[in-house]
Design a protein. Structure first.
Length: 171
């Protein structure tokens, strides 16, 4: 990872901690993703998860606020809560029309709420968490993309107004 990118991440992380922060969030995956080349990531996805890549390329963008409302609405539905993992995964990919960053929002939202009803979402997202973060940068690899998407992610967390401390790990 370039020194400039590392410093940028440190600045944002420090800002969030200084302003009260949210739940614990480890940005190790972000650091690791930025170290990977486009060729390496592209080769990995095309060979091991072509379907996931295709789905994520086609889905539309949504704002963090809108996305979180959708999650809350969906989880109030008992039928949704009873779905098996595969069906729930399809529900996430289809009904919510996620962009790759959206999966990060789900993961963080689950952490912030620490509620049993979110456990099924956590199980689904934990399986592909690192790959999802890598894909964010693969699909948006252009000048200032790292800063832009990390900034968006940080602000979406901060806007949840959670009072817990943020624990940041940079490797």
């Amino acid at each position: 990872m370039s020194q400039a990118i590392r410093e940028e991440i440190t600045i944002y992380a420090t800002y969030l901690v200084a302003n009260g922060g949210c739940a614990s969030f480890d940005i190790t995956y972000l650091s690791r993703a930025l170290d990977l080349s486009i060729a390496t990531i592209e080769s990995y996805y095309l060979s091991k998860d072509e379907i996931l890549l295709d789905v994520l390329k086609q889905i539309s963008l949504c704002t963090p606020e809108c996305f979180l409302k959708h999650i809350e609405f969906c989880l109030e539905d008992k039928q949704v809560a009873q779905l098996k993992r595969k069906k729930l995964k399809r529900k996430i990919e289809g009904f919510f029309k996620l962009n790759p960053l959206g999966l990060a929002y789900v993961h963080i939202y689950c952490e912030l709420n620490a509620d049993p009803k979110f456990s099924r979402f956590i199980n689904v997202i934990e399986e592909n968490w690192a790959k999802t973060i890598e894909l964010i940068f693969y699909m948006n690899h252009q000048k200032n993309s790292a800063k832009k998407y990390f900034n968006s992610l940080i602000h979406s967390i901060y806007n949840l107004k959670n009072s817990k401390c943020l624990n940041v790990t940079i490797h």
